[in-house]
Design a protein around this ligand. Structure first.
Ligand code: CP
Ligand code: NVA
Length: 319
């Protein structure tokens, strides 16, 4: 059983995944291929258990989580290793001790670090000082593992990514950033419909537009939900107030109301469009029950694919 058949797969060994932009197109293809081999048991469960035998994954969480914790902990277990949960009160990253000291300590003991943080600088710092692969499990800037699982889910349902259109409706947040970068890399047209003042970070948009020149993907930032969804193959939404923005919930609810993904909005997408949501969902706010529970919805496929995609990332970076 060879885990690294291509040059791209070989090039990933020992690296970190902090941003989608860290991965080249062939490396992304290698991640999707490994996701398929693990999910479809092309690599048998017993061979999977041998990959990380005796190895450990540190999982740092500054914010709450259901999917990220359970998928990483289950994933490392299925690969024969052990996950160590470090919650917000365990290490107080950057407060009890510096990010660099935490990184150097963990790097002496564990084989991979996964971290969910507020400031993106913290995952960068962990990667700089730990000497082991660091995986971004969500920062204020990006959520790369989520985007990989979401695009793998599109491949499963549509058989391709190239030339499709993904419309993201809502806040130009961490999830939107990773999706926009991945769309640019994979040749998927991307349009965001968001209220004025809630556009994606201008540096990330510029980066996506530059990357899109190589694949022919279009990157559009619009302040109109209907225009963004027009002819979309995938309609995506996320919470209006992300973790850390709870104090703005009420203010945002008013501003984002015209950007709810409901049946009327879905009717502007293609007839066979998919609906995606990273979850957790605030039903009745950014999405209605009939959409998230309806024929379009692949929200729980995405949740399951977090497990398979992250196992692929761990295998390629950390084994
Ligand atoms: N989508 C996602 O990352 O979910 P959690 O916040 O529950 O981990
Ligand atoms: N944008 C959301 C994603 C949750 C998975 C947040 O950061 O809270």
């Amino acid at each position: 059983m060879s885990l690294r058949e291509t040059d791209a797969a070989k090039a990933l060994k020992g690296r970190s995944l902090l941003s989608i932009a860290d991965l080249s197109r062939p490396e992304l293809d290698a991640v999707f291929d490994m996701t398929r081999r693990l999910k479809e048991h092309v690599i048998s469960p017993s061979d999977q258990r041998a990959i990380f035998e005796g190895k450990t994954l540190a999982m740092i969480f500054e914010k709450p989580s259901l999917r990220t914790r359970v998928s990483f902990e289950t994933g490392i277990f299925q690969l024969g290793g052990h996950g160590i949960y470090l919650g917000p009160n365990d290490i107080s990253l950057g407060k009890r001790e510096s990010v660099g000291d935490v990184a150097q300590t963990l790097g002496r003991m564990v084989n991979i670090i996964m971290a969910r943080v507020f400031e993106h600088d913290k995952v960068t710092g962990l990667a700089t000082y730990s000497g082991v692969p660091v995986i971004n499990g969500l920062s204020d800037l990006e959520h790369p593992c989520q985007a990989l699982a979401d695009f793998y889910t599109i491949i499963e349902h549509k058989g391709k990514l190239d030339g499709l259109k993904l419309a993201f409706i809502g806040d130009g947040n961490n999830v939107a950033h990773s999706l926009m970068l991945l769309a640019a890399k994979m040749g998927t047209h991307f349009a965001i419909g968001c209220p004025k003042g809630y556009e994606p970070d201008s540096n990330v948009t510029a980066q996506a537009k530059e990357l899109a020149k190589e694949t022919g993907a279009s990157i559009e930032v619009l302040n109109d939900a209907v225009k963004a969804v027009d002819g979309a193959d995938v309609v995506y939404t996320d919470v209006w107030a992300s973790m850390g923005q709870e104090a703005e919930t009420e203010k945002r609810a008013k501003i984002f109301a015209p950007f709810q993904v409901n049946m009327e909005l879905m009717n502007h997408a293609k007839d066979d469009a998919l609906f995606e949501h990273c979850l957790p969902a605030h039903r009745g706010s950014e999405v209605t029950d009939d959409v998230i529970d309806g024929k379009w919805s692949v929200a729980f496929d995405e949740a399951e694919n977090r497990l398979h995609a992250q196992k692929a990332v761990m295998v390629l970076l950390g084994s």
